[in-house]
Design a protein around this ligand. Sequence first.
Ligand code: GLY
Length: 320
Amino acid sequence: MKPKILVHGGAGEWNVEPKTVEQARGEMKAAVIEGLRIMKKGSSVDAVVAAITLMEDSGKFNAGSGAYPNIEYDIELDAGLMDGRTLGAGAVASVRNVPNPVELARKIMTDTRHVLISGRGAEILAKGYGLYSKLKVDKARKDIINRRMKQYISKEKWIRTLPVKYRLPPVRDTIGAVAIDENGNLAAATSTGGTAFKLPGRIGDSPVCGAGFYAMNGKGAVSATGEGEDIMRYSLSSRVVWDLDGRVDPYMVLIRELQEMKRLFGRGSAGAIVLDSRGNCGAYATTRAMAVAGCSQNAVISEVVESVGIDSVQEKLRRL
Ligand code: GLY
């Protein structure tokens, strides 16, 4: 099997400066190259963790040090991963001051008998593993957000209107990776700060096995992005993986599931990347745009693409 890795930098609006898009493309490219390098010496699990860790550290995505804060301006992170060979999974939710929650999720998978640990318990574990350190926040972003928050709190009664009314920045969402190694072992990982201005303690799809990520050898691996509430209610990642059998085109499966989700919920709110057991790739979103990158020994691509033009990226992914 030819090793391959895909990452996404989130589905969403991506109505940002061209410079931001270029930075995101550069970071995703570095992440897939590093993931492939690590996979040559290790496994698909090593690869997805390495790629996600780089992207968490970049500060350019809604994850790790770039994560959006909650309504109290605390950063609460969610992450999860799955090993398709063993069906082992690990995840952390609503964890603070753990810059690389994907590393902690991996420890939960390998070192505990649990799958998902949240909040204080996860932070205690992080301290034990040397994964706990104060997350620095972007001062400029913090000031803008605090100002808007104060406006909101003084004027609004209903918390739900906040992101719409003040055009808070849900421009992009979440990072994720899927990989297949030379032994055909699949892995998936997802990491996020969650939705901007979420309520404290809100947990999205990213640390929920079957919703934000899923991997099963012989079938496929998926990482999802978008509105966590919709993705959880649809169980997006496990649905896609269960539809794969090495014969159907994973891109067509993604389109079918995401369009069905859009029909049911009445809005296009999600995206995903997929690899099947034969190394066939797919990326698709029903949001306005999506950031995606991929790498094999043949080629590397990294794009932020409007969903209407996502077929062009799919053509490049097919050549990996
Ligand atoms: N998809 C990330 C979240 O909703 O938290």
